[in-house]
Design a protein around this ligand. Structure first.
Ligand code: SF4
Length: 480
């Protein structure tokens, strides 16, 4: 499909294509064009020496760093980007790249819908967690896809990054793709598919590890695609260590309809090695995420090891303590976290990292399994025990602990660090907010304590508060 865009000067730029989900639309020229712009911008974001050289002599800087993209063609991306990024495209290169970025954004937005499990209890619980996270985490909450599950195919991580937001362990045992384990793996995937339904397409196979630490990762992914009908995204921080392998993996992902992959770039030398090894067109659908300290906007998610370091610095008098809402999370699962070596499942959902939840997720339940049948039983038990559709009469009702309360004329307002929620109540329910604030009443007691019919109070508390993620569902214990 081809689009047309119009520049500020009225010149028509033909040949803007939808390529993100329709790779066949991107011929070699188009793909190279996207790849070259993308590479230029990766260098721009990651490398201060390049930025400086660019402002002195753009053509010479591009040549020195081996970039084939004409800096003048994409000047509006790098010159005063805050002012020009959203301005109408002045060149074909800008129009094409912007269309690509918009397509990518639309896919990421749609991922949440794609990842929605079919099971009714899980759906209702996950929807509440999405509302809660948007309020509790603010803008960070918008980025979380609330995937239904993630799977580790081994223990620990070989990278050992000091800032690891999930505090990975040292590299340990990896699941081998032997005939017996392959059969077991496929049976487990069938259970995940059965329990999650179509939403299983939103699952992926890494968490507190780097997927390439498992030598058989690709074979496991072929089975994932075969059973779940989707080739999951790979994120790796060691693309430069396994160049041929990664090249083949990217080809495999593309053949199987994979959408986007991601390289974490930890240092500038690593970016140099990646740019040397892979040509720009090859990485057109691979995000190179700059995490090197020189990168524009560099900063680490304060969770896991980064949170421990921040706390050490405070204890040493080198930094001021920061409020909890300024911590963060990279946990993007509202569902199951499986480790296939330990044969362990945890039920998790994101939260700000804190002393109690240093990894940036609540842990609601945990169990082990041996085979597909016991995995099925475990998942179904966790759903039944932890994922409620509605409040019960004997549930204690309280606001989330991060909300502050204020009475208002026709009800009340509760406010998180990021959002204010106004709750309007009908006549006769004026005391409801204060009663919930006390945190001492069950749903039945609340319903009996108002002048309105009990079922109306039930309905209002359910719809206005519970379904919007405003009531406290934080697990009582952090250790299970
Ligand atoms: S951040 Fe990623 S690559 Fe680094 S140690 Fe943690 S899991 Fe491994």
């Amino acid at each position: 499909m081809k689009n047309t865009s119009t520049s500020e000067t009225g010149e028509k730029h033909q040949d803007i294509r939808q390529i993100f989900r329709q790779r066949e639309n991107a011929d070699a020229e188009y793909r190279n064009d996207i790849g070259q712009t993308k590479r230029f911008l990766e260098r721009f974001v990651a490398d201060p020496a390049f930025r400086e050289a660019l402002s002195d002599d753009p053509a010479e800087a591009a040549q020195r760093w081996g970039l084939q993209c004409d800096p003048e063609e994409i000047r509006q991306f790098w010159e005063a980007p805050g002012r020009n990024l959203c301005a109408p495209a002045k060149t074909l290169a800008v129009a094409r790249y912007r269309a690509y970025v918009e397509e990518k954004g639309a896919f990421i937005t749609s991922y949440r819908g794609m990842a929605r499990p079919e099971e009714a209890r899980w759906q209702a619980w996950r929807d509440r967690q999405i509302f809660r996270c948007e309020s509790h985490l603010g803008p960070k909450g918008h980025l979380l896809v609330h995937a239904p599950f993630c799977i580790e195919l081994g223990k620990g991580c070989s990278l050992g990054c000091w800032f690891c937001a999930v505090s990975s362990e040292k590299l340990g045992e990896q699941l081998a793709y032997t005939p017996d384990q392959a059969r077991w793996w496929r049976e487990c995937l069938e259970v995940l598919q059965e329990v999650t339904g179509e939403g299983a397409r939103g699952g992926y196979c890494y968490w507190s590890n780097d997927p390439l630490d498992n030598p058989d990762y690709e074979q496991f992914m072929v089975d994932f695609h075969d059973i779940i009908d989707f080739f999951p995204q790979t994120t790796t921080a060691q693309a430069d260590r396994h160049i041929d392998r990664v090249r083949n993996l990217l080809k495999l992902a593309e053949e199987k309809g994979g959408v986007i992959d991601r390289f974490s770039v930890l240092t500038l030398p690593q970016l140099n090695r990646i740019h040397e090894a892979f040509d720009p067109a090859e990485l057109a659908f691979v995000e190179c995420v700059p995490q090197n300290k020189e990168a524009l906007g560099a900063g680490y998610v304060v969770a896991g090891r980064a949170l421990e370091r921040a706390k050490r610095r405070v204890a040493q008098g080198k930094a001021e303590p920061t409020p909890e809402h300024e911590n963060s999370t990279i946990a993007c699962v509202s569902g199951f976290y499986l480790n296939m070596v330990d044969r362990r499942v945890q039920l998790i959902t994101p939260c700000n990292a804190s002393d109690r939840w240093p990894l940036g997720h609540w842990l609601l339940d945990e169990g082990t399994f041996t085979d597909a049948s016991s995995l099925r039983r475990l998942l179904k038990r966790m759903i039944a025990d932890n994922m409620k559709v509605s409040l019960s009469a004997d549930d204690e009702v309280a606001f989330r602990s991060d909300l502050s309360y204020e009475a208002a004329e026709q009800g009340f307002e509760v406010t998180s660090a990021f959002r204010r929620h106004t709750v309007k109540l009908p006549e006769g329910l004026g005391a409801l907010g204060e009663a919930i604030l006390s945190g001492r009443h069950t749903m039945a007691e609340l319903a009996m304590g108002t002048e309105r019919p009990m079922e109306e109070t039930f309905y209002l508390v359910q719809n206005l508060l519970y379904d919007r993620g405003l009531l406290n569902e934080e697990p009582v214990r952090s250790e299970l």
